[in-house]
Each structure stands twice: as structure tokens, then as C-alpha cells.
Design a protein around this ligand. Sequence first.
Ligand code: SAH
Length: 264
Amino acid sequence: APAVFTGTDVYQRSFNPQEYLREFYRLSDSQGQPNTFLMENLRALRKMFSLEGLSGDTLIDVGCGPTIYQLLSACEHFQEIIALDYTDQNRRELEKWLKKEAGAFDWRPVVEYVCELEGDREKWAEKEEKLRKKVRQVLKCDVTKANPTEPVSLPPADCIVSTLCLEAACKDLATFRSALRNVGALVKPGGHLVMVTVLRETYYAFNNQVFSCLRLEKNVVEEAVEGAGFDVRFSEVQPCPPGNACADCEAVLSLVARKRASIS
Ligand code: SAH
């Protein structure tokens, strides 16, 4: 595990989006072994976005990184998507895919897999186009700020999704709790939070770089979500197979919560 917390300065300086994608977002590795971590997360996302009430006009993705997998089932249920991330190179990498630029990551196998889960593998190109049309803005954010998109103020969304971001972005539990409140303010009362979080992970590594991770337990995440003004509707833990040198996560928590009506 890294001795120190790797903050936004480290992300901006040394997070390589292309290497990250190569390490974690291929459906199978160079030996042909399936990427069960990714496949399980895609399954969980499909399940969560199929729950009643998970639809509306706007969806905000917090800490999107250079990835789109977290939006593949989501984009069937929302009209407009805004993606947010701290790191310039990650937002740029996402834009490359959105604009079909040369050298963009090939998400096709992942999109096909999700289409298969949804019943028709042949719809992958249609889904890619749908998602490209729906992502309207890619903006800088810092989840540790009271208004994460400062100086931009976004209208509250119907839903926020955040995958593998807060545990990476927060140096301790107090910061994690306040980041959830900051992010929670981006959603309307009655709207939803969809989260995928690793449990008991202290680091992840790729490209000879190690990034710190806040070690979380299921109940701690749920309590922080409740403390940010949400009621947990769905919470499921999927164990991670051990022996992965790229990260020491023990399990993945998939969670859906609904924001309580504000009392005023
Ligand atoms: N959501 C993607 C990326 C996760 S990697 C996925 O599921 O794979 C963690 C991401 O958190 C990185 O893209 C990094 O730039 C972002 N990040 C780190 N600190 C942040 C902060 N303070 N505010 C917003 N994003 C942050």
C-alpha cells in the first residue's frame, strides 16, 4: 500500500488514462482470462438502473475518469448526461471517444457485453450512438469542494452515478462523508444516487504507479450515504477474487439511494 494519500495533484501529474483503460477495461486479459471485476460491475449497473424510478431527464456522472461503462445501461433511462472529473487528461480521453477521434479506446467489446445483458448484442452500435448524443458536457470537478463544479453551478439532476471515485478522492472518512454531501447536493430531492465502491481496498496500481484508496466497509458507506440525506434502497456486495496484483480490494459494493425531501 502507498505510504501517503495520492491527491488531485498526483492524479493530474501521473494518472495515465490510456494505461488505466488497458489495465482495467479490457473484457479479457492478454492470457484470455475474463475480466470478472468489470463484468460483475456491468451486471450490477444494469440491475440498479432497472430499478423502478431510476429514470428522468438528467444524469450526472461524478469522477467519470476516462470510462463510459458506467453509462451504458444508464443512458437508456435518462435524456441528458453530464460527466465530471478532476483530471484534464481523463476528460480529454473521454472526449476522444465521444468525438470518435483517432486513438480513442475501443469500448465495443464492453458495449456488446452490456447489450447482451440487455437482450440484444447486435444493438451495440446503436447504444454507442445514443450515449454519444446524450453526453452534453464534460466538466472539471472536485468532490472535496462544497460546489464540486465551482465556478459552474449545475441545476440539480434526477440522478447521480459515481463509480470508483470517492474512495480514491478522499484521504479519510471525514472527507468521504463531506464529499458525499457535496455530491449529494447535485441531485434533486427524490432523485437517486447510484454508486459502485470497492471495499477494504488500500491501493490500486497500473503503469508502475500506485494510487491510494480509502479502506471502506459496507456499513460505513451506507451510514455516510444516509448522513448525506439519502435512504438506501439497494445494497449488494460482490466478493473480489483474491490474488490480483493490481489492487487489494476484497469486495465491491453496489448501492442505490434516494434523496430525502428537504425539510425547511
Ligand atoms: N469512474 C471511473 C474512474 C475511477 S478512477 C471508473 O469507474 O473507472 C478515480 C477517478 O477519480 C479519476 O478519474 C480521478 O481523476 C478522479 N478524482 C480523483 N480525485 C478527485 C477529486 N477530488 N474530485 C473529482 N474527481 C477526482
